[in-house]
Write a protein that binds this ligand. Structure first.
Ligand SMILES: [Zn+2]
Length: 327
């Protein structure tokens, strides 16, 4: 784990943002993001770079080969995945809810399932697979989990359409399969399974129908509200297309989900791309935390708010860049 964090930290340093790239309007947003980041939220600042998409691809290259030890972050919430992408697993009194499903049937079978077993969980207890958005690294294992365990799979209507429109040549890699249309997640919908209730919001931007969630994390006799934004990288254009939500809409979604998270009392962040929100460092800190020490995932309401503020400022910088780009 420490080695992974080291490799990823090296990337983050290589990717340090320069306020001087771009004009004054961009510098204003980048400086604001840096001020919000303070010393504790540096990781998401890469999103302020003009080449943040390339930074994500660099993380994909390094992080996706580094599989992490499956880890409980809370009594009811565990991470199974690699340094690029993974699955948050919520254990309830009536079975498991998964957020995302890894990249392929192969990874679901040979990475996710053994990971669950290592955590002491039964894969047959998977009841729901909530797919944050219609990209392979999030829904690739869902069809296999649906077929193997009868898990219910949920996406927003827009992202169901997006995956169902996948060109056939993209399907011919590694036995890829698209899940059968099942739950259509709507904005504001709640899902209760046993002792846990989750609230979903449709937050378009990265894709036309990205789903974000407010999730209860339990530790001992206390429950904490966690805010899971269903996306990371910025889309390539200002306005929505069939495959993207557009940067302007992404910014509106981030501001709205920030407010909803605040109103819900969120005191921590979750993301299935753990490299992007500082989650990898928190997992790392968890490994070395003394018994009884504060959980590093409980960053507090102010830090959750600042995180979304950083995304907002970096999205505004991205809008300025795209507006200035030659058409
Ligand atoms: Zn994506």
């Amino acid at each position: 784990m420490a080695m992974l964090a080291g490799a990823m930290a090296a990337l983050a340093i290589a990717g340090a943002v320069q306020a001087s790239d771009g004009g004054a309007a961009i510098a204003t947003h980048v400086n604001a993001a840096q001020a919000l980041a303070g010393s504790d939220l540096r990781t998401p600042l890469f999103l302020c770079r003009a080449d943040s998409g390339q930074v994500v691809r660099d993380y994909l290259q390094i992080g996706s080969k580094l599989w992490l030890e499956p880890t409980w972050a809370f009594d009811n919430l565990a991470y199974v995945g690699n340094g690029f992408v993974g699955v948050w697993v919520l254990r309830t009194s009536e079975g498991l809810i998964l957020f995302d499903s890894l990249t392929s049937p192969e990874e679901a079978e040979h990475r996710l399932v053994p990971g669950l077993v290592k955590l002491g969980l039964k894969p047959a207890d998977i009841r729901y697979v909530i797919v944050t958005h219609g990209h392979w690294d999030h829904f690739g294992g869902a069809a296999w989990l649906q077929k193997t365990y009868g898990a219910r799979v949920g996406l927003s209507a827009a992202d169901w359409k997006m995956i169902e429109d996948t060109p056939t040549q993209a399907m011919e890699i590694n036995g890829r399969a698209i899940p059968r249309r099942d739950l259509v997640i709507e904005d504001g919908q709640k899902l209760t399974l046993g002792d846990a209730t989750i609230s979903f919001y449709v937050t378009p931007g990265h894709t036309p129908g990205t789903v974000s969630a407010i999730i209860p994390a339990r530790q001992g006799d206390r429950t904490y509200v966690m805010s899971l934004l269903g996306s990371t990288a910025f889309p390539p254009g200002l306005e929505p297309t069939d495959r993207y939500g557009g940067v302007r809409l992404y910014d509106q979604s981030v501001r709205r989900f920030s407010r909803l998270s605040r109103e819900a009392g969120a005191v921590g962040l979750l993301n299935t791309h753990m490299f992007a929100d500082g989650g990898l460092d928190r997992l790392d800190a968890l490994q070395t935390a003394a018994p009884g020490a504060a959980n590093p995932f409980l960053i507090g309401a102010d830090a959750v708010n600042r995180y979304y503020g950083i995304l907002d400022e970096c999205l505004q910088a991205a809008v300025v860049r795209l507006e200035a780009a030659p058409k």
